[in-house]
Every structure is written in structure tokens, then in C-alpha cells.
Design a protein around this ligand. Structure first.
Ligand code: G3P
Ligand code: MG
Length: 252
């Protein structure tokens, strides 16, 4: 077992809030990022994609229905149209008025909380490279050098390739839904610093292999404290959770 008092790689903390604090506030909104911090997370994860007019915004789905009062595909809506939608009241009435944030506004609010951020590039199909490039331009413009550099993660190899090309200095994380046989080669080719496996795919052996190969291990999405404890015993570096309040107590 590694030294638990040693600093974590990439300036990570043990617990990161998924889409903010997805179980406690409307996901991917500024109020949700603030809630994650209040509940003890030292980092947050968010999903970036492009509006029709090419502006990076923070939203998970490819369509507006589930998390806003709008309808239709994200890549068909302009920033102005999305800016008029409510992204909070679907979750609970007290969150009415929350907006789909631009990536710029989200990053500014997160930086003001003094916490780290994992920007997942979640492109609409065909926009893998553009989403990475535009998101990186925003990060460069607004993210302060006093905080750890944002980790750019993606399931999309094309997004990570583009990120490597335009911002080699920003750490990259390879998201994995399953244990792909060539995970090491892929992560090495894409110049990744971290592997982000789905938690249920992990084993003590795989965590050890990830570390031995020189990568950090950031796993998602863990809401069960017992599972989190087991993962921490395996020396996972960071756990992404919808409910930081449930995981922080077992992580310290
Ligand atoms: O970044 C971890 C996790 O967010 C990946 O899956 O679908 O929740 O974005 P998803
Ligand atoms: Mg995500």
C-alpha cells in the first residue's frame, strides 16, 4: 500500500464531485459545483460540448429534454437559445432559475471556490476535435495558474489527440467503460497522465498495473461508501461521486 500522507498526483484530491454533486443539486450547474465543494469535494468533474454556434457549454446529454425545460439536440441550439432555458427546476423547485453554464462561467465559478476541475470532453458526434480545441481555448483564457491544471478526459480518442496537439501541457485522462486490452498503449500514445476506469471494472491488480505503468487512477461514479473504501484500499487516487457527503467520510 502506498503512503496515504504523500501528495496525490496532478494536484488531485481523494474525492471529486460528479457533474458537481449530481445527487444533491441539478447536475452540471454552478449551484451544483458549489454544493460539491460545500460537501467536501476538492475537485469537480463536468461535461463539455459545443452549441450550434461553437461555444463550449456544460451539459451531459446530447439533447436538452432531461436536464432543461427545452427540447431538441444540443448541436442544433445556439448559445442564445440555450441561455434562455431553465436547468434547475426539473431537479427541485428551489433550483428554478439555474442556467446551463458556459464552460467559461463554470470554470470561473469553480476557480472562485478554490477547487480543481476535470473537464470531460463529451462531444456531439463529429465534433470531437472542435470540442476539445474550443474547450482548451476557454481553459487557457480563464483558469488561474494558482490552481492545479484541469485534467482533460474523454472516451473519444480524437478529442484526446487534439488536446495533446494543441495543449500538450494540460494533463489528459483516458476514460474507459471496460478494461480494453490495449489500454496502456492507447493511453501512452495519447500522452495521458491518468486512466479513468469505471469503478465496477477495477480490481486491486488493475490499479497496481495502472500505477506501475506511471498513470494516476481516477474512477467513477461511486456512491456506495463500502465500495469507495475498497477502492481506496486498492490505492485508487481519486473517486468521482454524485454525493461527496457519502464518500468524504471514508476517504479521510
Ligand atoms: O468522467 C466520468 C464520468 O462522468 C463519465 O461518464 O456519462 O457520467 O459523463 P458520464
Ligand atoms: Mg462526465
Amino acid at each position: 500500500m502506498r503512503d496515504r500522507t504523500a501528495p496525490l498526483p496532478l494536484g488531485l484530491t481523494r474525492v471529486a464531485g460528479h457533474r458537481g454533486a449530481k445527487l444533491r443539486a441539478p447536475e452540471n450547474t454552478i449551484v451544483s459545483f458549489r454544493a460539491a465543494k460545500r460537501l467536501g469535494a476538492g475537485w469537480v468533474e463536468l461535461d463539455a460540448k459545443l452549441t450550434r454556434d461553437g461555444v463550449p457549454i456544460v451539459i451531459h446529454d446530447q439533447t436538452l429534454e432531461r436536464t432543461t425545460d427545452g427540447a431538441g439536440r444540443i448541436e442544433s441550439a445556439t448559445l442564445d437559445e440555450i441561455g434562455r432555458l431553465d436547468a434547475g427546476k426539473w431537479f427541485a423547485p428551489e433550483f428554478a432559475g439555474e442556467k446551463v453554464p458556459t464552460l467559461a462561467d463554470a470554470l470561473k465559478a469553480i476557480a472562485a471556490e478554490g477547487i480543481g476541475v476535470n473537464v470531460e470532453i463529451k462531444p456531439c458526434p463529429g465534433r470531437e476535435r472542435d470540442t476539445a480545441e474550443a474547450s482548451i481555448a476557454v481553459i487557457r483564457e480563464v483558469w488561474p495558474s494558482s490552481l492545479p491544471a484541469p485534467i482533460i478526459s474523454s472516451f473519444q480518442h480524437a478529442s484526446l489527440e487534439k488536446a495533446k496537439m494543441v495543449a500538450p501541457e494540460l494533463p489528459r485522462g483516458l476514460l474507459l467503460e471496460t478494461r480494453e486490452v490495449d489500454w496502456r498503449e492507447t493511453a501512452t500514445r495519447l500522452g495521458c497522465k491518468a486512466i479513468h476506469p469505471k469503478w465496477s471494472e477495477l480490481s486491486a491488480e488493475w490499479v497496481a498495473e495502472i500505477h506501475k505503468a506511471g498513470f494516476a487512477c481516477v474512477t467513477w461514479t461511486v456512491n456506495d461508501p463500502q465500495a469507495a473504501k475498497r477502492l481506496l484500499d486498492w490505492d485508487v487516487d481519486c473517486i468521482i461521486t454524485d454525493a461527496p457527503d457519502l464518500i468524504v467520510p471514508v476517504a479521510s
